[in-house]
Design a protein around this ligand. Structure first.
Ligand code: FES
Ligand code: MG
Length: 573
């Protein structure tokens, strides 16, 4: 910050004698604004991913009013922009396909309108990385308002976890342990308030990562969506963004290599979703900072899992909040974090941890009694995944951490659905289930197929986990010995496309290996016989997606969005 006050970006629209300026002012009158209410004041875009179809964001329409209240009180001018919603539940084939679309929309809205700063409102899985990727590219001052987790689910006085318990009871239902009555009751108890999934799924993983990056007010990501504290956080974020504009506290001043490293450390310490690897690599790419799967693996070896939140642990986000929340967890990780970097508050990360404490050692564990001594993720390589694959092994049966077994291969999800429960499928608990064709291009959109179903006949024998390998993703609320994100994917000719039934596949978490016992010569022979599948898209967004999407280890951004270069300011065009 120099002593010179930087002119507002929005002044190019509203101030000056040109006819264009006159017209912009006349249209502000049409909006019902008096000159003294807005001229010379920061225009704050509130990017709201509220939609009638998105239950995780159903409170954000109202919450935007609280953000606006804060903006007005601090002397700014709030302008709400409804932007695309990414509903993990409803959007098909998967909202992952539309993450980059929301990122583009975010960047272009901030660029093309008279905006001085932005409040980004989201939380359901991909909406967080999308908003942050776009805002990082636009590089205005911006603050993130996480939607907040929903309340704990409830069924017959049992706590229910979104996603996680749905899969668990589905297996119980298929195994005949529960009946229709129970199943119907669970349907009404699983998700009983606005907010994002209340496990440590992708939503809470990514909002926690946003907080670790320094992009939210301290403690914001842990507040339940319906708590009054969430209203106050929204208003305070609105107040703060106006100051951030005055301080010219842009995204690039906050998003340093150290900030990204701390986000990775945080994701590991909370036992977070595997999806975060893809999103954080993509986000760092927008900051033109190198972050690779190897950084995750390096930090995973030294970062303990401290948050006992499902699926890696026992509790839910509401419990995590009461136990001290993410700030409580940070207070235990001080030694591993970079405390002197700036956050949206204008103060350092370390300064913001003053007074942070843990109130329940079973939910947020001390360093000498972690949920797991190492971060729950491992990056695997080998002749089956030359560019890497990932496993969240804390959520897997430890007996499977080192395992070799014959492959049972499926090509595409339809094939899997059609054959997995057929009586004559040759499969035992030692087999390795392989799904090829679930990647960024092949899925398409890399759907969350990765928790491949265990055949009914094995479930009935009591089998609850098996080694499963795919180029797909897995929901952050899922669990099991599922090797994911195999790169390159089968659709572009990765070795996964060449695996055949009976090939011996080896997973070795400790050695970080994923391999198939097939000679190089044989793989080369199979490759020469392999025909690349065709794109499913002849036109539309799908065609754009298909032509520009990068692989999982590269973050699945569009190549033209992640590369460096200028995107000129509109008024300069
Ligand atoms: Fe929205 Fe899980 S479905 S966060
Ligand atoms: Mg999810």
């Amino acid at each position: 910050m120099g002593s010179e006050v930087k002119p507002l970006r929005s002044a190019q629209w509203f101030e000056g004698e040109a006819l264009r300026n006159f017209s912009h002012r006349a249209r502000a009158r049409q909006l019902g604004l008096n000159a003294e209410e807005h001229i010379g004041k920061p225009v704050i875009a509130i990017l709201n991913t509220w939609s009638g179809i998105n239950p995780c964001h159903m409170h954000l329409r109202e919450r935007a009013e609280q953000v606006s209240r804060g903006v007005w009180q601090a002397g700014g001018v709030p302008m709400e922009f409804p932007v695309s919603t990414l509903s993990e539940t409803y959007q098909k084939p998967t909202p992952m396909m539309y993450r980059n679309m929301l990122a583009m929309e975010t960047e272009e809205i901030l660029r093309s309108y008279p905006v001085d700063g932005a409040v980004l409102m989201g939380g359901c899985d991909k909406s967080t990385p999308a908003l942050l990727m776009g805002a990082a590219s636009a590089d205005l001052p911006a603050i993130f308002v996480p939607a907040g987790p929903m309340l704990r689910g409830n069924w017959r006085n049992q706590k229910l976890a979104s996603g996680t318990d749905m899969w668990r009871f589905w297996d119980d239902k298929r195994a005949g342990v529960i009946g229709e009555t129970e199943w119907n009751e669970i349907e009404s108890g699983l998700a009983r308030s606005p907010g994002t999934c209340m496990t440590m799924g992708t939503a809470s993983t990514m909002t926690s990562a946003a907080e670790a990056l320094g992009l939210t007010l301290p403690g914001a990501s842990s507040i339940p969506a319906v708590d009054s504290a969430h209203h106050r956080m929204a208003a305070a974020s609105g107040m703060r963004i106006v100051e951030m504009v005055r301080e010219d506290l842009t995204m690039s001043r906050i998003l340093s290599a150290e900030a990204y490293e701390d986000a990775v450390t945080t994701v590991l310490a909370i036992g977070g979703s595997t999806n975060s690897l893809i999103h954080l690599v993509a986000m760092a790419g927008r900051s033109q900072l190198p972050l690779s799967l190897d950084d995750f693996d390096r930090l995973a070896r030294t970062t303990p899992v401290l948050a006992s939140v499902q699926p890696a642990g026992k509790y839910l986000m509401e419990d995590f909040y009461y136990a001290g929340g993410l700030r409580g967890l940070f207070s235990r990780l001080r030694e591993s974090l970079h405390l002197d970097r700036v956050t949206v508050t204008g103060r350092t990360f370390g300064e913001e941890l003053e007074g942070a404490a843990v109130f329940d050692d079973d939910v947020i564990r001390p360093l000498d009694n972690p949920v797991a001594p190492e971060g729950g993720l491992a990056v695997l390589r080998g002749n089956l995944a030359p560019d890497g694959a990932v496993i969240k092994y804390v959520a897997a049966d430890p007996a499977l951490w080192k395992h070799s077994g014959p492959a049972v291969v499926f090509h595409g999800y339809k094939d899997l659905q059609q054959r997995i429960n057929s009586a004559d499928l040759e499969i035992t608990r030692d087999s390795v289930i392989v799904l090829a064709g679930g990647g960024p291009k092949g899925g398409p959109g890399m759907p969350e197929y990765g928790m491949l179903p265990i055949p009914d006949k094995l479930l009935k024998q009591g089998v609850r986990d098996m080694v499963r390998v795919s180029d797909a993703r897995m929901s952050g609320t899922s669990y099991g010995a599922c090797v994911l994100h195999v790169a390159p994917e089968a659709h572009v000719g990765g070795p996964l496309a060449l695996v055949r039934d009976g090939d011996m596949v080896t997973l070795d978490v400790e050695a970080r290996v994923l391999s198939v016992e097939v000679s190089d010569d044989e793989l080369a022979k199979r490759r020469s016989e392999w025909t690349p599948p065709e794109s499913k898209f002849e036109r539309g967004y799908g065609a754009l997606y298909y032509e520009h999407i990068t692989q999982a280890n590269e973050g699945c951004d569009f190549e033209f969005l992640s590369r460096p270069g200028t995107n000129p300011e509109p008024n300069a065009l």
